[in-house]
Design a protein around this ligand. Structure first.
Ligand code: PMV
Length: 330
């Protein structure tokens, strides 16, 4: 029985679109921040009569279970062991609400299951495997700032994440502003496929993306939060513009989402250092400096329709939990 924990991450430069569906290879790279506040803890036990997935104490749907089972087939093939698994997964992050539970989920599953099958995989190898489960999961193997390579190889061997190290003293906070309740309406896999198939802006999204990656990476390595924030907003708006121009268009904006985006722009016009990003869900995440986080969070809590604002700091690498930690963490 093996337990692993992985923290969720939010892309500052987005991934949207796949270059290979079967291997789940991204059409573009991405750059993310792993968060301390939200994580998934997953225990894998070999020797079940069939793959069994318990999510937050409840048996998962057949669709969710078969997605995980297909993923485990790859580990079984690598290990030469066809044991079925009993998987128990607890999300300390709202499932499927645009807060990237699939990222922490598949990263924790990859680490726990590869250990349970006795595969000694390096973090880059685990990152490549996690990517097959969910593109953003490749990034959750690492803490802090992370770069996901698009890669060029057809087998995806170079499509993995790696750590990016900003200069000493550079620190940020990400405010997670919940703008709606409940599960999101359209999963990211279907939405990005639909965008790639039908949006006239998808090609422009892909062809203009490398420039954003380069700008964000150099801003981070220079410790320049203003440049990083600017390119972060540009990337998210471009991603959502490509989805809006799909046929029919897809959008994730709830009324409170728009109100928060407007508020962030107003605050910035008044001199605040705050930049927004949003994923395949209605919530907004706001990048800021640690010393500004409390006051900004209080201001955004006042926006009509906002359910909560949580302050997240950079989080750790994925890790295995051993007996005592498990008891302490259960
Ligand atoms: O990893 P997926 O398939 O859930 O896709 C993630 C897509 C976005 O969250 C919208 C962007 C990203 O890079 O995380």
């Amino acid at each position: 029985m093996v337990t692993a924990r992985a923290h969720t991450n939010i892309a500052l430069v987005k991934y949207w679109g796949k270059r290979d569906l079967h291997l789940n290879l991204p059409a573009v790279g991405s750059l993310s921040l792993t968060l301390d506040r939200f994580f998934t803890t997953t225990t894998v036990k070999l020797g079940a009569t069939r793959d069994m997935l318990i999510l937050d104490g409840v048996p998962a749907s057949p669709k969710e279970t078969s997605r995980v089972s297909r993923f485990l087939d790859r580990l079984r093939a690598l290990a030469g062991d066809d044991s079925f698994c009993h998987i128990e997964s607890r999300n300390d992050v709202p499932t499927a609400a645009g807060l990237a539970s699939s990222a922490s989920g598949f990263a924790a599953l990859t680490m726990a299951a590869s250990e349970a099958f006795g595969l000694s995989l390096s973090p880059p190898e685990m990152s490549g495997l996690a990517r097959i489960g969910s593109g953003s999961a490749a990034r959750s193997l690492y803490g802090g700032f992370v770069k996901m390579e698009r890669g060029d190889l057809p087998d995806g061997a170079d499509s993995r994440a790696k750590r990016l190290v900003p200069p000493p003293g550079f620190d940020v906070r990400l405010l997670v502003v919940r703008c709606a309740q409940g599960r999101k309406k359209e999963g990211s896999t279907d939405a990005m496929e639909h965008t790639a198939r039908s949006s006239p802006y998808f090609a422009a999204w892909v062809s203009s993306h490398n420039e954003d990656m380069a700008a964000a990476e150099s801003a981070l390595l220079d410790g320049d939060i203003e440049k990083l924030g600017e390119v972060m907003e540009f990337s998210t708006l471009k991603m959502h513009a490509s989805a809006l121009a799909a046929r029919p268009g897809i959008w994730y904006f709830a009324p409170a989402t728009i109100a928060v985006l407007n508020r962030v722009r107003e605050l910035r016009a008044d001199g605040a250092h705050a930049w927004f990003t949003m994923d395949a869900g209605p919530h907004v995440k706001v990048l800021c400096q640690p010393q500004d986080a409390g006051a900004l969070a209080d201001t955004l809590r006042e926006v009509e329709g906002v359910h909560s604002v949580e302050i997240a700091a950079p989080g750790p690498d994925a890790f295995l939990l051993h007996g005592d930690d498990e008891a302490a963490n259960s």
